[in-house]
Design a protein around this ligand. Structure first.
Ligand code: SF4
Length: 331
């Protein structure tokens, strides 16, 4: 493949069809790091309003570094995977404190920041510093696997190394920002998961895929596990009792107090949610405060207004909203 011709075609298409996303307007490493952390496991459409709100409240590493954790988590609320917010907060403190506000450009230094893996480090180098480096997100991996008709599963080390090697062959000598953005956009808009839109693809003459809808190949996944969680609904007519988690998954967040007893009678609310390789059924049972067994985690009753200002895991927030609605609908 002639990489110069390929790059030119891609660039022309991107300049005409690329979306005008808020984080594409900036070269500020802080804004780019925020957008990349938010975009992990979350769609572009969901991230846009969060990104704009976040940048208004915390426009720089310095502002974020000096904020309290509860405010940081409350602003992240609804995006899920709160570890990303904590890592961003910890990164801001490190950059603002240890590195006197100077954001690193080198791969190793970026990887030393909390929660920054290979993808995020390379994305920041490309988008903030215009470096032509391999940025392997799901869209780029799919496009490269199809362009070169790669059949090794891309979720294995060997498969990913092949994709990286082929992507490196395509990288331009400069202009990493535009090249990476264009590859991602091609994957998002044309070379989509499932059935790609090859008829309108700007680089179809370079593409070796015979059955692109079957690519990229993935290794077989372990089956999804089913699990049930029980929690208590303690409501005195004005406030809801919550318990602050010290467990790794939701550390620092306020959730309905967990129950581990076998309960009789149906739950007051039930909903399901998914986490990595698990589908969880959350059942909420009415309880009085005195029924709860002692816990080392703090408990506190929150008024309706206070509930808006604290970070609550989204399945528990949904359950609370449903139970409050039922209470008010039925007087
Ligand atoms: S021709 Fe089809 S499969 Fe190949 S890169 Fe374009 S959209 Fe993807």
């Amino acid at each position: 493949m002639n990489k110069t011709d390929f790059g030119r075609r891609l660039r022309v298409w991107f300049r005409r069809h690329g979306r005008d996303l808020p984080w594409r307007q900036t070269r500020d490493p802080y804004a780019i790091l925020v957008s990349e952390m938010m975009l992990q496991q979350t769609t572009v459409a969901a991230v846009v309003p969060y990104f704009e709100r976040w940048m208004k409240r915390f426009p720089s590493f310095e502002e974020l570094a000096t904020a309290g954790e509860s405010e940081v988590l409350a602003l992240w609320q609804g995006l899920g995977y709160y570890r990303r917010a904590r890592n961003l907060h910890a990164s801001a403190k490190k950059i603002d404190g240890d590195w006197s506000g100077k954001f690193p450009q080198e791969y190793e230094s970026l990887r030393a920041l909390p929660g920054i893996g290979d993808y995020t480090a390379q994305a920041v180098r490309a988008f903030a510093f215009d470096q032509p480096v391999p940025v392997l997100d799901a869209n780029v991996i799919r496009v490269v696997a199809r362009l070169f008709d790669l059949r090794t599963p891309v979720d294995t080390a060997k498969g990913l190394a092949r994709v990286r090697g082929k992507l490196e062959e395509l990288l331009p000598a400069k202009g990493g920002h535009e090249f990476v953005s264009a590859m991602m956009e091609l994957g998002a808009l044309v070379c989509r998961a499932g059935r790609p839109d090859c008829l309108v693809c700007p680089v179809k003459e370079f593409c070796a895929a015979k059955h692109p809808e079957n690519l990229p190949v993935k290794a077989p996944k372990a089956p999804i596990k089913e699990r049930t969680e029980l929690a208590a609904w303690v409501w005195d007519g004005e406030a809801v009792l919550l318990q602050q988690s010290t467990a790794r998954r939701w550390v620092g967040l306020w959730r309905l107090p967990p129950l581990d007893d076998q309960l009789t009678g149906g739950p007051a609310a039930e909903l399901t949610y998914s986490i990595v390789r698990e589908r969880v059924t959350l059942r909420i049972h009415p309880r009085s405060k005195g029924d709860l067994v002692a816990s080392t985690e703090p408990r506190k009753a929150f008024s309706l207004r206070e509930l808006q200002q604290i970070a609550i895991p989204s399945p528990h927030r949904r359950a609370i909203a449903k139970l409050l609605k039922d209470r008010f609908d039925h007087g």
